[in-house]
Each structure stands twice: as structure tokens, then as C-alpha cells.
Design a binder for this molecule. Structure first.
Ligand code: SF4
Ligand code: SF4
Length: 497
């Protein structure tokens, strides 16, 4: 365990007393040139970086009306101050969303507003200095871009956009984050975040076929690069190897099998995640999305289904069409793209799947809404489908389901604490403290309702929770994939064999 104190979980959420600069020491590793240059950024802090950073800020504001409105319209009402899990978990006032925005806003004011140019000291305007850059680096890497604060802001100011802009500016002057940028580079080069090459992937999938055959006696396939398949499954690469993610992948395969679907994965686009969103890099975002388009075209599929990954679903649902569309070569009778939960839910509605819910009777399950699914996308053709559909899938396969407190679920869900490019061991203190509000809500249903497991539909949430729940005295295997629960309960009939 690391050298910091895990927050104490209290019965009711308490707005913390301020501890100024309590997280000023939190600084994720800066990317070296080997991680910066392959994805189009300078390898180190460039000459005349102050002016270049200010110019980049001006460019971003001129291109994004939303960013300009966010920087211009805050009235300091304070509604967002206690809404960030990092503030609640660290007590550091710079982790209040409004204060985080002000780190950038103060520079914007200085260079792009009349008052900031003439009377900077009156309007909280600051010069772009090395101290400011360092503060940006530390605190914009304490924002998981979860957008919870924006739900409570009367103007809808989205701190995630401000945080992405800040990281974009820092990358443009040569100060990027190692964790995220290394991963983006691997994806460009190999096709997935893990750097898992095609032979290793094929080997893994063959191993899974054998495992499932041993478990069920059924020949469930995990097809790779099958030309002419109907469905391309694009899933986070964590699904290929880690617990509990891999149980989810097995669940998808069993559902496809039970449905008699013709499906495949792609070794070229073996990754649903797109970390470029975290650094606000449109060029990288587009390049990664185009890999999926190319794979779909090369394989000649009719549909694309996306596995359990929160930010990947946001990118797919909200951005794919403009980044890599039009997807007019896909079958318009199906959602483009479709979430795996939508796919399974449709089959459940049609009575096409058989479950033995008692297979999950050793569990009382709760569900963690992932931020990017909850606040930045939708599922199905009903308002709030992104909340209803995963819950309905869970309820179809477990007998015991309990929701956590409403102020911590649905649109108000708390981030797991590891999103937005922060899922790295050098930020473990932040991750543990940022998970505190979710852990508090979990503790309540554990104690009052006997909850034993928490399911999620996001690879980052699952990885983050399995790492941090032991700090709060829970077992890491209490974290489940939704399709891991499906996998346990689904019954593959003899005709499927
Ligand atoms: S987007 Fe999320 S992490 Fe960032 S300031 Fe808002 S609540 Fe905090
Ligand atoms: S809620 Fe919105 S307007 Fe109010 S302080 Fe926060 S960002 Fe500013």
C-alpha cells in the first residue's frame, strides 16, 4: 500500500474542510520525446513556449464556441464546488471544478479579454508562466473529465472540455502525460492499447474457446478477422486478458453464439478505447476512429457492436459519425454503432436468450453508472436508455439487484476515480481518494442491503475499482463485468452445440 491515508468512509457525504494545496504534490509522469513525437507533439518544452501556449489557447477558443462560452460565462455561483469526487476525496480547493476552470480562465482573461489586458489584477488574470504551467499540469491531471460538475452548473459549463483544452495546449508545447501518450502511440502502431500483436491476440482467443468448451461443452467461437461476417465487435483490449473484463468478453461471445450471429473481431482495430479524447487531440481521435472504419470496410461487415467501455462508447456514439463517417455502408436497420448491452437487451426482449438466474444467487449486485455512458451518450431508443438497458440486462440474469443512493447514480453518478487518462500507478493516491464518494455509496448498500458485487460497463471503471477497493477493505473480485454476469447465467441449449 502506498504512503498516504485512505479516506475514512462516513455515513453521510460531508463537504470537507479545505486543505489548501493538499494535492499540489500529485504530478503524473511527463512523457519523454519517445512518446510525444510519434503522436505529433514536440518532444520537450519548446522555445518561446509561453507565447505558443497563449496562441494555442486563442486557436482553441476561436475554433470552439463552447469553450469560449465556458470561459466567459462562469458567475461563481458555487453550485459545482462540492460536486467533484476529487475535491470530496482530497479536500484540495483547487479540485473544485470552478477553481480548476479558473486555472485556465485566468490566462484566457489575461490575453483575450479587454479587462484582463488593462487591469489584470482586478479580474484575476494571470500571465502564462512556468508556475502556471506546472499548476496546470498537476491539477488538469486531477480531473477525470467525468462531467459531473456540469450537471449541476446552471450554465452547463463543462470542466471536462476545459481540462481537455489545457492538456491539448500542454501537449502542443511539449509537456504531455506519459501514460496517455504512450498508449495512444501503441494503438497507432499495433492496434490496441496493450500493444498486443495479432499472433498473441489470436492465441488468446483460441485459449478462450478451449476454456469455454471445457466449462460448457459448447463450441463457442471467438472469431478474428473473418471476412464477410455480419458484425464487427470492437471492444477494449482489457477484455482480452484481465479479470473481470475477460468474463465480459466470454459473455459477449456466448450471447452471439446463442443468437446464431455471424461476428468477428479485428486484429487491425483490436481496441475500442480512444485515449485521444482525454488530451483533446482531434487529429489523434480521428486517426484512431478511422482504424475502426477501415476494419469494418475491409471485413465487409454490416454492423458494428461496441463492448463494455465507457469513454469508447462516448466516442463511438457521439463522435464516430463526424470523425470517421458516414457509415452508410452499414445496415441501417440497426443502430450505428450499437452497444453490446443494447444488443443483448434486444435479444432478451425477443425471448431469444435462456438464463438460469440462480447461477448468480451467490451475489447481491449493484451497478455503477460509468460517467461517459451516463452523461455523454445514450442507448436504445428511449430517453435514459443508458441507465435502463444495463440494469435490465443485469436484472435478467441475477435475482438480487440493488441500486445505490440516487444522488450517486444515473446522471449524478460519481466517477470511479480513474477515468480521463488517470488510470496510472503514479496517480494512485489521487485514484484512491477520488474513489471515496463511490466507495461511500457502495458501503451503504453493502451494510444495508447485503450487496456483495458491483458491476460496471467500463474497462477503466473495472480496472480502477479492482485496484482501489482493497484500500477500502473490500475484495477486488467484488467487481464484475455486466456480461460476466450474463456469461454465468446464460444457458446454451443443445441445438447451439
Ligand atoms: S469533470 Fe469531473 S473530475 Fe473534472 S472537475 Fe468536473 S467533477 Fe471533477
Ligand atoms: S456552477 Fe457553473 S457558474 Fe457556478 S461556479 Fe461552477 S462553473 Fe461557475
Amino acid at each position: 500500500m502506498a504512503d498516504f491515508e485512505t479516506p475514512v468512509l462516513r455515513e453521510y457525504p460531508i463537504i470537507p474542510l479545505l486543505r489548501v494545496d493538499s494535492m499540489a504534490h500529485s504530478r503524473t509522469f511527463v512523457a519523454k520525446a519517445e512518446y510525444q513525437t510519434p503522436i505529433g507533439f514536440p518532444g520537450e518544452l519548446v522555445e518561446n513556449w509561453e507565447q505558443k501556449a497563449v496562441d494555442k489557447l486563442g486557436e482553441l477558443v476561436s475554433k470552439s464556441r463552447a469553450l469560449q462560452v465556458f470561459l466567459d460565462s462562469c458567475v461563481k455561483c458555487g453550485a459545482c464546488t462540492d460536486k467533484c469526487h476529487y475535491y470530496l476525496g482530497t479536500d484540495d480547493p483547487k479540485n473544485m471544478p470552478v477553481a480548476r476552470q479558473d486555472l485556465l480562465r485566468s490566462v484566457y482573461r489575461r490575453y483575450y479579454t479587454f479587462a484582463g489586458k488593462v487591469v489584470p489584477w482586478l479580474v484575476g488574470a494571470r500571465d502564462m508562466t512556468k508556475d502556471v504551467l506546472d499548476e496546470w499540469y498537476n491539477y488538469f491531471h486531477q480531473c477525470s473529465q467525468c462531467r459531473r460538475c456540469s450537471v449541476y452548473c446552471p450554465f452547463g459549463i463543462d470542466t471536462a472540455e476545459v481540462s481537455m483544452a489545457a492538456r491539448d495546449i500542454m501537449d502542443s508545447v511539449g509537456v504531455g502525460q506519459r501514460y496517455t501518450n504512450e498508449i495512444i502511440g501503441k494503438l497507432h502502431k499495433i492496434g490496441n492499447n496493450l500493444g498486443l500483436p495479432e499472433p498473441a491476440l489470436a492465441n488468446t482467443l483460441e485459449g478462450l474457446e478451449e476454456d469455454v468448451k471445457d466449462e460448457t461443452g459448447v463450441d463457442v467461437k471467438f472469431p478474428l478477422d473473418v471476412k464477410g461476417a455480419d458484425i464487427l465487435l470492437v471492444t477494449p483490449s482489457a477484455d482480452f486478458f484481465a479479470e473481470p473484463h475477460i468474463d465480459g468478453l466470454i459473455g459477449y461471445a456466448k450471447v452471439f453464439h446463442a443468437a446464431g450471429a455471424s461476428w468477428t473481431m479485428s486484429s487491425y482495430a483490436s481496441e475500442a478505447a480512444n485515449f485521444s479524447m482525454f488530451i483533446g487531440s482531434h487529429d489523434n481521435l480521428r486517426k484512431v476512429a478511422l482504424r475502426i472504419r477501415k476494419a469494418a470496410l475491409d471485413l465487409g461487415v454490416k454492423r458494428i457492436v461496441v463492448g463494455e467501455c465507457g469513454h469508447a462508447w462516448r466516442v463511438a456514439y457521439s463522435f464516430w459519425n463526424t470523425l470517421a463517417g458516414p457509415f452508410d455502408f452499414l445496415d441501417p436497420r440497426y443502430p450505428i454503432p450499437q452497444h453490446i448491452c443494447e444488443y443483448t437487451y434486444d435479444l432478451i426482449q425477443k425471448g431469444a436468450l435462456t438464463f438460469d438466474k440462480s447461477a448468480n444467487d451467490d451475489k447481491v449486485v449493484t451497478f455503477h453508472d460509468s460517467c461517459n455512458v451516463a452523461r455523454a451518450s445514450r442507448m436504445g431508443d428511449m430517453p435514459g436508455g443508458q441507465f435502463v438497458i444495463p440494469r435490465e440486462v443485469i436484472k435478467a440474469v441475477v435475482n438480487n439487484f440493488v441500486d445505490m443512493a440516487p444522488e450517486t447514480t444515473h446522471e449524478a453518478t460519481f466517477c470511479c476515480g480513474g477515468g480521463g487518462g488517470l488510470l496510472t500507478d503514479d496517480l494512485i493516491e489521487l485514484r484512491v481518494k477520488g474513489a471515496m464518494p463511490r466507495m461511500q455509496a457502495l458501503k451503504q448498500v453493502v451494510e444495508e442491503n447485503g450487496v456483495t458485487h458491483m458491476a460496471a460497463i467500463c474497462a477503466i471503471c473495472k480496472a480502477q475499482f479492482t485496484k482501489v477497493v482493497p484500500y477500502y477493505k473490500y475484495e477486488m473480485d467484488m467487481i464484475q463485468s455486466v456480461h460476466g454476469l450474463v456469461s454465468k447465467a446464460i444457458r446454451l441449449t443443445p441445438s447451439d452445440k
